[in-house]
Ligand binder design. Structure first.
Ligand code: HEM
Length: 488
């Protein structure tokens, strides 16, 4: 019977019209063709095999999409079928089997969790109400930078940006700062480790016989440790809110989640571990992405003085030499928005978005794709497609967005840093509000220089990418700020 089943399976598979595939090796499939930066190796493969490729990571079929046209088919035409997320061991351990928003299966639980965040934290009205918090934290960061000017030592701007983003997010979501400096655990390193674990290609999941590698390399232990440390921290935050109870003067997002848990609003059962996972998503999905966009933006502007100058001129036209550039003033700054778009085009924090999984068979461009196939959308490759962006697609040229204003909220598939469709990022407005006003103020208040690197390997150094599901700059950005004459 088994023999008959094998023959039948082979016959049906061979009748299928499958997308082009690079040659694969026994057992590992195409895993040997990936580098530490999968978005880059997959783009190189797509140049040979086309914008729709079927790879195999071990035994698991992986569909790789590298064109705007096919991204449209996946995230618009067939969005519902592609709305699931695959589960890996890292997701199992760190996200409690995908009980958070980003990795949860498509369905009622996901819908409820996402709409909770969208309404009570990320809506336009809520984002606007956090303006004071953004201003206070940006001013505090700038005061520290100003103090640092008197010493002739370089400042670690990446660290300042991470601290500021963390302070803003903690104050908004949890009611107070849980600053990186005051925290006994090394928050930044922990988050980076978590990014790496969630983004690492899970060999043990793809090749069952290799699951022991997780144990030998200590990955199981690392995942459990990272998860435990974070959960203990978040449980402490929840308990603090419960203990303060009636005495608390403010009402923040955590209070709101605890209230929903108590009152079972809309018949929606939320337990304490679900609340911790929503909070974790805000750190994983919200904090690193926002910080890393600012970090790439400052690096690009400092290394393109002509863009920096143009931006400073624009900001001064609207801010009229004020010390703090307000959010209302930022609203009108077209070049600032073009700079941020260019940064998100060249450095989308999630270059392969977040993986999806097909829930039923589908035909794409005449090819048969089977249910269960995992899907990687190479946004980074789509953003560098020369047919859309021209022969200078790899260069940093913010002006291109002035002539060709593409929307990035999931409507235009040539530019998808936030994904699209049902799984579209709900934090676009939240992230953009902080990125725009931070950048405007840093550029308005200071002039910037970076150290000249002795070996002259500037591009390799400044453009180097770390590994992980969200791609940060590999090395911190050390800078020498000085006060801009216009604000003296
Ligand atoms: C520059 C900043 C950001 C970028 C580039 C970004 C990008 C993304 C991307 C690419 C996805 C996957 C979309 C898809 O699968 O189609 C995503 C999902 C998500 N993002 Fe963001 N994001 C950013 C900021 C934020 C912020 C500030 C928050 C919340 C505070 C947030 C919360 C989420 C959540 C909860 C999801 C999961 C959505 C789902 O699976 O339904 N993101 N984001």
């Amino acid at each position: 019977f088994l023999f008959l089943k094998q023959i039948l399976k082979r016959a049906t598979t061979s009748n299928r019209n499958l997308p082009p595939s690079p040659r694969r090796l026994p057992v590992i499939g195409n895993l040997h063709q990936l580098s530490l930066h999968p978005h880059r190796s997959l783009r190189n493969l797509s140049h040979r095999y086309g914008p729709l490729m079927l790879l195999h990571f071990g035994r698991v079929p992986i569909l790789v999409v590298s064109s705007a046209d096919i991204a449209h088919d996946v995230m618009k035409t067939h969005d519902l079928k592609f709305a699931n997320r695959p589960k890996t061991k890292a997701v199992d351990i760190i996200m409690n089997g995908g009980r958070d928003i980003g990795f949860s299966s498509y369905g009622e639980y996901w819908r409820q969790m996402k709409s909770l965040c969208s309404i009570h934290l990320l809506s336009k009205k809520m984002v606007r109400s956090f303006e004071n918090i953004r201003e206070e934290e940006i001013v505090a960061m700038m005061e520290k930078l100003e103090k640092a000017i008197s010493s002739s030592l370089p400042v670690n701007l990446s660290e300042s940006l991470l601290n500021m983003t963390n302070n803003v997010i903690c104050r908004i979501a949890m009611g107070r700062k849980y600053s990186l400096e005051e925290n006994p655990m090394d928050f930044a390193t922990l988050l980076r480790t978590m990014m790496e674990l969630l983004g690492a290609f899970p060999f043990g999941d793809y090749i069952r016989g290799l699951a022991w590698i997780y144990k030998i390399r200590g990955l199981d232990r690392k995942m459990e440790e990272v998860s435990r440390t974070f959960m203990e921290f978040l449980e402490g935050v929840l308990q603090e809110h419960v203990d303060e109870g009636e005495k608390k003067e403010t009402f923040d997002f955590v209070d709101m989640l605890l209230q929903i848990q108590r009152d079972k609003t809309n018949g929606f059962e939320l337990d304490r571990s679900d609340i911790r996972l929503i909070m974790l998503d805000i750190f994983v999905a919200g904090m690193i992405t926002t910080y890393t966009t600012l970090d790439w933006a400052m690096m690009r502007l400092i290394r393109h003085p002509e863009c920096m100058k143009k931006l400073q001129d624009e900001i001064q036209t609207y801010s009229r030499h004020k010390l703090y550039v307000s959010e209302e003033q930022v609203e009108s700054m077209k070049y600032l928005k073009a700079v941020i778009k260019e940064v998100l085009r060249l450095h989308p924090p999630g270059p392969l978005l977040v993986p999806r999984q097909l829930s039923e068979d589908v035909k794409l461009k005449g090819y048969d794709i089977a249910a269960g196939t995992q899907v990687l959308i190479n946004a980074w490759a789509i953003h560098q497609d020369t047919t859309t962006w021209g022969p200078d697609a790899e260069e940093f040229k913010p002006d291109r967005h002035l002539d060709q204003p593409l929307d990035f909220s999931g409507q235009d598939f040539k530019f998808i840093p936030f994904g699209s469709g049902r799984r579209l990022c709900p934090g676009i407005g939240f992230a953009m509000a902080l990125i725009e006003v931070t950048l405007a103020n840093l550029v308005n208040r200071f002039n910037w220089k970076v150290e000249t690197r002795p070996l002259g390997d500037d591009d390799q150094y400044y453009l180097a990418e770390a590994t992980g599901i969200e791609v940060c700059r590999k090395f911190p950005l050390f800078v020498f700020p000085s006060l801009a004459s216009s604000t003296l």
